[in-house]
Design a protein around this ligand. Structure first.
Ligand code: AHR
Length: 315
């Protein structure tokens, strides 16, 4: 009797009584250390739960992600995890997944589609991350004039949009701080270095730059290299604040070459699989947003220890 009742309740949500056996994961690519760690942890979390994970690397291209989702639908997976490279352009494929009654969970980035088209989104408050980074700078310079250069993430991605907004929110009303240059480095080390080189050249060899705000640590690490090659001391001559908390930024903080980072956990899959299980077990509908923490780390927070704790986590 209980089985029949449960099946009736689940039918109302379009969920099935058995836990997800097969889950498709459309990953953006491997642009950063953080992304590599998210991939590793998602595979581990699936294995621990006995889930068959069908993994697809989109090589940074939305069209590849859309093709992967369509292929997951055709294969009849039980659920889909999607880390969306950009925020727009998902409506059609999300509608197709919904029509096929396959729940989609967004990981780490947001989409501009209607919320009814996905089950939930696991991620940080991306605006808040930018605010935490900006507030660190406001406090650190304490009223001193500060010309900031900004390395943005992938154009059109929700972290690039929101982390920019958050930082601007934090420095608003602090006329001593000004963003003088801002350009995308596409979340990669190589582009972070390249764009920082052009910033340095345009700003008196770096003499006119007080701080770098990078939307992720990998771009900051690339920029650190460029600053050193320009004969300046990163972390001293140019302050550096970024986001992710990957092992290499802790190495840089420990060496005095970076100043602060805001943590983004790469374990988005754990909470995603937990809510998916509850949803498929008895139809429990999760909240539309499951928020992860955004903690600030500086030199005062044992960077050597943080490096040791993270170095084998797949970053
Ligand atoms: O969406 C999260 C961002 O994407 C991470 O901060 C960055 O490193 C990544 O590639």
């Amino acid at each position: 009797m209980k089985t029949i009742l449960t099946a009736v309740a689940l039918a109302a949500f379009g969920a099935s009584a058995a836990f997800a056996q097969t889950v498709g994961f459309s990953q953006i690519g491997s642009e950063s250390g953080w992304r590599a760690a998210e991939t590793t942890l998602t595979k581990q979390q699936a294995e621990e739960r006995g889930i068959i994970l069908k993994f697809s690397d989109a090589q940074q291209k939305q069209e590849n992600q859309i093709a992967a989702i369509r292929s997951f639908i055709a294969q009849g997976v039980d659920a889909i995890l999607l880390a969306p490279v950009v925020a727009t352009g998902w409506d059609s494929v999300l509608k197709e997944a919904k029509e096929a009654e396959i729940p989609v969970i967004l990981l780490d980035r947001q989409v501009n589609s209607d919320k009814s088209l996905y089950l939930t989104a696991v991620g940080s408050d991306l605006v808040h991350e930018g605010e935490v980074a900006g507030q660190w700078l406001v406090d650190h310079v304490a009223g001193k004039e500060c010309r900031v250069v900004e390395l943005q993430g992938t154009t059109g991605s929700s972290p690039a949009i929101d982390r920019k907004t958050g930082f601007q929110n934090a420095i608003a009303g602090h006329d001593n701080i000004e963003i003088v240059r801002s350009q995308t480095g596409d979340f990669t080390r190589a582009q972070g270095k390249e764009v920082m080189e052009s910033f340095l050249q345009a700003e008196g060899g770096g003499q006119n730059i007080c701080a770098l705000y990078a939307h992720n640590d990998d771009m900051a690490v690339g920029a650190i290299q460029a600053i050193k090659e320009a004969g300046l001391k990163p972390g001293e001559d140019i302050l550096i604040v970024s986001i992710d908390a990957v092992p290499d930024i802790f190495k840089a903080i420990a060496a005095g070459e970076a100043n602060a980072t805001v943590e983004l956990t790469p374990n988005m899959a754990g909470p995603a699989f937990d809510v998916l299980k509850a949803y498929m077990d008895d139809g429990t509908t999760p909240p539309k947003f499951i928020q992860t923490e955004s903690k600030l780390y500086t030199r005062a927070d044992d960077p050597e220890g943080e490096y040791e704790r993270r170095k084998n986590l797949g970053y």
